[in-house]
Design a protein around this ligand. Structure first.
Ligand SMILES: [Zn+2]
Length: 232
């Protein structure tokens, strides 16, 4: 049904085009007689772009449609206009492709970064503080320095001699106080012979290489012990 409706209109288009072409040939061959003088370049330009503000009753339209010089100029302008529009379309398409490619590249990069972060392996580390001195509050003692990588760490801490069993909070901070907390985790001691050990998961991936503090705080004691920590 739709096809049937389309056929006559296509045939009409072809017929109209043919008439227009025949008319054009006649004008260019000088077989028509134009009325009045040739209109200015500006008017022909607007006519070539099919400007809607030009009324067909305008006598200049009638002239341009019958004058070989104006017709030639119109055809040239129409071709230039079309090629300019094609260039704009190509440029727009190229710009769109560039934007899409950029978005895809950025998205891929972000996904890679994300998967790298989520897939990074957990590193097992042991810190032996059995013979360690530490800060208790602000009192400096004999210090044991600890080194850890900037990664996800399953950290086993062998607590200093005479440490009480029970629950501890293990924290990594910028300074020897609770300010500048990087990460913390709670854990209950396990007994290994004479030694009390703690096992905690710490995420140090966001910490930059540098000096930090590792602290342990017993649930009952509440005073924290600070050990200088080097993150590499
Ligand atoms: Zn003319």
């Amino acid at each position: 049904m739709r096809l049937n409706l389309r056929w006559p209109s296509r045939a009409e288009d072809r017929f109209e085009k043919w008439i227009a072409q025949r008319h054009q040939e006649r004008v260019l061959a000088g077989e028509t007689t134009p009325q009045g003088p040739c209109p200015g370049e500006d008017f022909l330009k607007r006519l070539a772009r099919k400007s809607r503000d030009i009324r067909l009753s305008d006598p200049r339209v009638d002239h341009a449609a019958t004058c070989p010089a104006c017709m030639r100029r119109l055809l040239t302008m129409r071709r230039e206009h079309r090629s300019r529009q094609q260039k704009i379309m190509v440029a727009t398409a190229v710009a769109t492709c560039v934007v899409i490619a950029a978005v895809i590249t950025v998205a891929r990069h972000e996904m890679q970064k994300h998967s790298l972060a989520t897939n990074s392996a957990v590193v097992a580390e042991t810190v032996n503080l059995w013979d360690a001195g530490a800060f208790r509050g602000q009192q400096p003692g004999q210090l044991q320095s600890v080194t850890l990588p900037a990664a996800r760490i399953r950290l086993t801490i062998i607590l200093p001699r005479f440490s009480s069993p029970g629950q501890y909070v293990v924290a990594v901070t910028h300074g020897p106080d609770e300010n500048g907390l990087i990460t913390e985790a709670a854990s209950t001691t396990a007994n290994r012979g004479q030694q009390e050990t703690l096992s905690v998961d710490l995420d140090l991936r966001r910490a930059r290489a540098g000096q930090y503090y590792l602290s342990t705080t017993h649930e009952r004691d509440q005073a924290s012990y600070y050990y200088p920590l080097q993150i590499r």
